[in-house]
Structure formats: structure tokens, C-alpha cells
Design a binder for this molecule. Structure first.
Ligand SMILES: N[C@@H](CCC(=O)N[C@@H](CS)C(=O)NCC(=O)O)C(=O)O
Length: 140
């Protein structure tokens, strides 16, 4: 039997959740290994090119970057999550990138050193959420 997929994780990481949701939606069994990002183990530093989670271990291969990981999951597992129409699929990929940027903005909000920076980041997030709401108004 081939070894199960291993999702190298952190409990608070939304990019990890993107991968876990894709696997769960498709009913793919996987294991998780949690990493303490404040005290990274040597094995993690050795296999994570950017020092970030998520990683997906597929046999001896390590995939990194959540967008690449979900693309691999989509390409290799049943129950497509992307629409078949290439035009709509490309739109969805664009919105995925938009979502990645929004997550980074939210992380920036948490990390804002002072009130002005916090306010600027808050406005950026609100603008992006308004744009997203306008798009979702048409329905999924
Ligand atoms: N672009 C990456 C972002 C991943 C990311 O930022 N992960 C964070 C945790 S949520 C991390 O590992 N941070 C550690 C660091 O930046 O040193 C992806 O989509 O996988």
C-alpha cells in the first residue's frame, strides 16, 4: 500500500486549511504533522524551501505553496472542485490568488506595529471584501 499523503501543518495557518479543505471535500485520507514555527525542527528546515507551511509530502516528494498543492490535489483526485469551463476555471484561479492576498493582508493587520498602519491595513481589507461581496452577489 502506498504511504498516505502527509500535510505538514500549523494549527492556525489558513493556507494549511486551504489544502485540508480540498482534501476533505474530495474525501482523500491524509495525515497531519504539526510544526512549531517558533522552533522549527531541522527536518522541516531541510524540506521547506521557504520555511513555511503547508507542505504536502507525497512519497519522497515534498510539495510547497498552497496553490500548487491544491492544484496537485485537483489534478490527481476525483470529485473536481474547479468548474470544467476553462474560462470560469481561470476566473476561479484569479479569485484564489485574490484570497491569498487577502490572507496576507489579514496577517499584516495582526502584525501592525501602530495605529496608522493598522488603519491602512483595515481599509485595504475592507475594500477587498467589498469587491469580493460584489462578485459573490452574482452567486457562486
Ligand atoms: N504563499 C504561501 C504562504 C504560506 C504562509 O505564509 N504560511 C505561514 C503560516 S500561515 C508560515 O509558514 N509562516 C512562517 C514564516 O513566514 O516564516 C502558501 O500559500 O502556502
Amino acid at each position: 500500500m502506498s504511504s498516505p499523503l502527509l500535510l505538514v501543518s500549523h494549527p492556525l495557518c489558513p493556507y494549511v486549511q486551504r489544502c485540508a479543505i480540498a482534501l476533505s471535500e474530495k474525501g482523500v485520507p491524509f495525515e497531519r504533522q504539526t510544526v512549531d514555527l517558533a522552533a522549527r525542527p531541522a527536518w522541516f528546515a531541510a524540506i521547506s524551501p521557504l520555511g513555511k507551511v503547508p507542505l504536502l509530502r507525497v512519497g519522497d516528494t515534498t510539495l510547497f505553496e498552497s496553490a500548487a498543492i491544491v492544484e496537485y490535489i485537483e489534478d490527481t483526485q476525483p470529485r473536481p472542485l474547479h468548474p470544467a469551463d476553462p474560462l470560469v476555471r481561470a476566473e476561479h484561479r484569479g479569485w484564489m490568488e485574490f484570497g491569498s492576498g487577502l490572507l496576507a493582508d489579514i496577517a499584516g493587520l495582526y502584525g501592525a506595529a501602530e495605529e496608522t498602519a493598522f488603519g491602512a491595513r483595515r481599509r485595504t481589507i475592507l475594500d477587498k471584501l467589498a469587491r469580493l461581496e460584489a462578485r459573490l452577489g452574482k452567486g457562486p
